[in-house]
Design a protein around this ligand. Structure first.
Ligand code: SF4
Ligand code: SF4
Length: 169
C-alpha cells in the first residue's frame, strides 16, 4: 500500500482557529452517541461475559493432576532447564518403585516472562500456562506458587496456538 504524506504548513497570515476548533468538538461529541468499545474492568468482567481472553493467553500456571489427584509431573527436569527466567525450582524425588516425582516444585510468577516454554517442553503435559491473569498479591512471597497451589488452580490452560490459525494470521 502506498504511503502518502500530508505536509502541514504554518499559516503565513493571521487566521482564526474557530472553524478547526468547532470541527474538533463536533468529532468529539459524535463519539458520545457511538457504541462504547472500552472495557469497564473490573466492574465488567470476563466471567460475566463482557469479553473473553484468547485461548492462546499465557498467564498463571497450572499443574495438571492424575485420577488420584497427584501432580502429573515426573520431575524430568526439562522445564527448569529451558526456563529463560530461571524461575522454576525443582527438587526431584523417587519412590520405592523408582518413579520420579517432584519433592519440591515452585514457580515464581513474578519472575516468569510467560513464554510458555515450560508447557511446550513438558513430556507429561503436566505444567501449563493458564488463561488467567488475576493474580495480584500484596506480598512478593505470595507470587511463588508451590506444587499444592499450582495443582489447586482451576482456570483453563493455554492452547499456546490456535489450531484453526496455526500461523497466528
Ligand atoms: S512460562 Fe517461560 S518463563 Fe515462565 S516458568 Fe515457564 S518457561 Fe519459565
Ligand atoms: S517438564 Fe513437566 S514433567 Fe518435567 S519437570 Fe517440568 S513439569 Fe515436571
Amino acid at each position: 500500500m502506498a504511503i502518502s504524506v500530508k505536509v502541514m504548513r504554518r499559516p503565513d497570515r493571521e487566521v482564526s482557529y474557530l472553524r478547526a476548533t468547532l470541527k474538533g468538538m463536533a468529532l468529539t461529541f459524535s463519539h458520545v452517541f457511538r457504541r462504547k468499545v472500552t472495557m469497564q474492568y473490573p466492574e465488567q468482567t470476563e466471567q460475566e461475559g463482557f469479553w473473553s481472553l484468547s485461548p492462546r493467553w499465557r498467564g498463571t500456571h497450572r499443574m495438571l493432576t492424575d485420577e488420584q489427584g497427584r501432580a502429573k509431573c515426573v520431575a524430568c527436569g526439562l522445564c527448569p532447564q529451558i526456563c529463560p527466567a530461571n524461575c522454576i525450582k525443582l527438587i526431584p524425588g523417587e519412590d520405592e518403585e523408582g518413579n520420579r516425582y517432584p519433592l519440591i516444585y515452585e514457580i515464581d510468577e513474578f519472575r516468569c516472562v510467560f513464554c510458555g516454554y515450560c508447557q511446550e517442553v513438558c513430556p507429561e503435559e503436566a505444567i501449563h500456562v493458564g488463561v488467567h491473569y488475576e493474580n495480584a498479591e500484596y506480598e512478593r512471597e505470595r507470587f511463588v506458587y508451590d506444587l499444592e497451589r499450582l495443582c489447586a488452580q482451576t482456570h483453563p490452560v493455554s492452547t499456546l496456538w490456535d489450531p484453526s490459525d496455526p500461523k497466528g494470521e
